[in-house]
Design a protein around this ligand. Structure first.
Ligand SMILES: [Zn+2]
Length: 375
């Protein structure tokens, strides 16, 4: 509900933000509809619409069909009025995305580049990022900043990478990584970023577990739409839950971790590192891949069932493997049902929406989230 007839700046700001969010969530609306839903007078709405429009955040887009009186003008958000960049740094490549206010990928690139904790590497990555933005048709757009996702644990003040087993760095100041980047940067753990991307367009989901099945296994926990990080910023490190005592060696030094059974490498090792080829052979019922897959989803089923027992909320399968799971989700569900204690129907499980660069998108969304908050 909006407040009216007050000069209080805070209230005005609150009203403006509420109106913007209403338009954002409606996709297409009208002044009359805003008035009806938010309970505020047309002149007050008109005032806010004027300034939002002057700032390029909303525009008129045709008219609604008449229901008797004058046709109402359709109002929409201008999603590309601001743009955010996402940079995903992994052991062997970097990905860059440009994302609009709606979380849509406008442009993306993935480059093979082996990570090095050196100034030369960081300078090089900054150069690629700037060139990508400069050479895009969005070079004159207002860039909100760069979100950077890292396969590692970031300190709560976002100033330090505490530990990244994958990149082999510890206690590294974030400012070292970004001193050549001329935009405002925010850091985020890669799985947390991917989880954020998945939640972005989901009105119905408040609590989710995102299980990232990439070359390492990670995850994130969203409770009431907020990232739950734990006491040591290590919540969601599902890859190092032990599912087999004295089992296969994990890269972390322990044995029997989820990562050793459920990382994308477990599949792509049979196809010279090419995951797409693994799924092509699997879909052609190639014996070797069928066997590997059976074992894989058996272990994955244990993990998913345990997560469901612990968190009792929707679970999203993402990461490199998640991108291929649309065709195989029923097999995974069948595999889970044999562990089931409470429910036969595995409705809580779904495949990720973002098949591409979800971590980079989620990192970019951090700037967008902040921007929308202050509109
Ligand atoms: Zn481990």
């Amino acid at each position: 509900m909006l407040y009216e007839k007050t000069t209080n700046i805070e209230v005005r700001k609150y009203n403006r933000n509420t109106i913007y969010r209403f338009i954002y969530n409606s996709k297409k609306t009208s002044k009359q509809e805003i008035a009806k839903n938010l309970g505020v007078s047309l002149p007050t709405i008109a005032q806010h619409l004027k300034t939002l429009s002057e700032e390029g955040l909303i525009s008129e887009d045709g008219e609604f069909k008449s229901t008797g009186g004058r046709k109402a003008k359709a109002i929409v958000c201008v999603k590309d009025s601001r743009i955010s960049a996402g940079l995903d740094i992994t052991q062997n490549h970097i990905s860059i995305v440009l994302v609009d206010l709606g979380g849509n990928i406008l442009k993306n690139i993935r480059i093979e580049k082996h990570f090095e904790n050196s100034d030369e590497y960081y300078k090089n990555v900054a150069g690629i990022l700037c060139e990508f933005i400069e050479n895009s048709e969005f070079r004159n757009s207002k860039i909100l900043g760069v979100g950077i996702s890292i396969p590692g644990i970031i300190s709560s003040d976002k100033k330090e990478i505490i530990d990244s087993h994958v990149l082999h760095i510890k206690n590294t100041r974030c400012e070292e990584l970004i001193k050549h980047i001329p935009y405002e940067c925010i850091f985020c753990n890669d799985a947390n970023a991917a989880g954020k991307a998945e939640l972005w367009n989901e009105d119905s989901e408040k609590n989710i577990i995102y299980l990232s099945l990439s070359n390492s296994v990670g995850g994130s926990i969203y409770y009431n739409e907020k990232m739950y990080l734990g006491d040591n910023e290590r919540a969601g490190e599902f890859g190092h839950m032990v599912i087999m005592p004295n089992g296969k060696q994990c890269y972390c030094g322990q044995k029997g971790c989820v990562d050793a059974y459920c990382s994308a490498k477990v599949l792509s090792d049979s196809t010279k590192g090419k995951l797409s080829e693994f799924f092509t052979l699997l879909n052609n019922s190639n014996k070797e891949q069928v066997e590997i897959w059976k074992d894989y989803i058996n272990k994955l089923a244990i993990v998913i069932n345990n997560l469901r027992m612990a968190f009792d909320c929707n679970i999203i399968l993402g990461g490199y493997v998640g991108a291929y799971l649309d065709e195989h989700i029923d097999e995974v569900k069948n595999s889970i049902s044999k562990y089931n204690t409470f429910e036969i129907d595995i409705k809580y499980l779904r495949v990720c929406h973002y098949k591409l660069e979800s971590s980079a998108v989620g990192a970019a969304l951090l700037h967008i989230e902040d921007f929308i908050k202050q509109i």
